[in-house]
Design a protein around this ligand. Structure first.
Ligand code: 5GP
Length: 345
């Protein structure tokens, strides 16, 4: 046994210090970024915020709404091949830059991915997603996927430490997904004791990725638009959102009325609800590592997007970053013991 004594930090442990700035208005801030990738020859321009590949977030409908604003959707892996064909045969050439097809790492997953990509050559991004990205089998899957699809952008995770970010980039990933345990409907830390506070995970993983010319996506733990700004400030190239995008018309999820008030069901992809829906129940050898919750119905996602993007532009104005790209360089975090005033919550 060994203890690391450095305290690792989450979003709640810091704030961003304001800095003198020459920016006059939030409207001067550009949130779009241009990326070249470590392996794929693709060049990408857009706002680097992603909807999570959860079946109550990353839906085809969400992709339509988000791509209109140049935001990205990692589409969940539970659509059938036929559903993918029907969707992909109607996508516009703009939209093709803003969607990823998600996959697990079983033989069956790999066959399904092949079938979806064979018939829909326009899809440029693959998201290889497992809860625990530390297994050798996972890196091997990333390697074989890279060999099979040399031109696609591969997003792979999840991990939380620099050495594994490097391993995945060297195995063929372009973007490594970072986050174990911070998610709003995740119970991994409770069930297993394993995890890593997200802000420190981002800082350490971004450093490792950027050293090799790769990127990271911070996945999970953003409960407010301010957390998204902190994730970018810490060095995330992309930020993935689950809970913040749940509960909308586009999110999927069963509609529920309680005391005359509307809610939407939202659940973790390792929750009992998800496992019952997609694989016929929780296998005896494993525990569910996700929650099922009811989130207040939020209407169209467009309003939430305006709130998120407005918040992010405002952060950039506070620190004098004319472009989102400059935010990390202009960020000084201060460690704090307080966040918002809760008196009226
Ligand atoms: P949020 O933005 O809601 O805080 O986090 C979303 C992320 O939580 C997802 O992208 C995914 O990485 C993670 N997640 C989703 N479902 C589960 C689950 O059932 N268990 C765990 N451990 N993590 C989950």
């Amino acid at each position: 046994m060994r203890i690391e004594h450095d305290i690792k930090l989450g979003f709640k442990d810091v704030m961003i210090r304001p800095k003198r700035s020459t920016l006059k208005s939030r409207s001067e801030v550009t949130l779009e970024r241009d990326f070249k990738f470590l392996h794929s020859p693709l060049v990408w321009t857009g706002i680097p915020i992603m909807a999570a590949n959860m079946d109550t977030v990353g839906t085809f409908e969400m992709a339509k709404a988000l791509s209109g604003k140049k935001l990205f959707t990692a589409i969940h892996k539970h659509y059938s091949i036929n559903e993918w064909h029907a969707f992909a045969s109607n996508i516009s050439t703009e939209m093709e830059d803003f969607i990823a097809v998600s996959t697990g790492i079983s033989k069956k997953d790999s066959k399904k991915l092949e079938s979806i990509l064979q018939n829909n050559a326009l899809i440029k991004f693959i998201c290889i997603d497992v809860a625990n990205g530390y297994s050798e089998h996972f890196s091997d899957f990333v390697k074989s996927t890279r060999t099979q699809y040399p031109d696609k952008v591969i997003i792979a995770g999840n991990v939380v430490t620099g050495e594994m970010v490097e391993e995945l980039l060297l195995s063929g990933a372009d973007i490594v997904k970072v986050g174990i345990g911070p998610g709003s409907v995740c119970t991994t830390r409770v069930k297993t004791g394993v995890g890593y506070p997200q802000l420190s995970a981002i800082i350490e993983c971004a450093d490792a990725a950027h050293g090799l010319g790769g990127q990271i996506v911070s996945d999970g733990g953003c409960a407010t638009p301010g957390d998204i700004a902190k994730a970018f400030g810490a060095g995330a190239d992309f930020v993935m959102l689950g809970g913040l995008l749940a509960g909308h018309n586009e999110s999927g999820g069963e509609h529920i009325e309680k005391n005359g008030k509307p809610f939407r069901k939202f659940y973790g992809m390792s929750s009992e609800t998800a496992m019952e829906k997609h694989v016929g129940g929780v296998a005896e050898y494993r525990a569910s590592e996700g929650k099922t919750v009811e989130v207040p119905y939020k209407g169209e996602v467009e309003n939430t997007l305006l709130d998120i993007l407005g918040g992010l532009r405002s952060t950039c104005t506070y620190v004098g970053a004319k472009r989102l790209k400059e935010l990390t360089k202009r960020t000084t975090f201060i460690r704090v013991n307080e966040q918002e005033n809760q008196i009226y919550s």
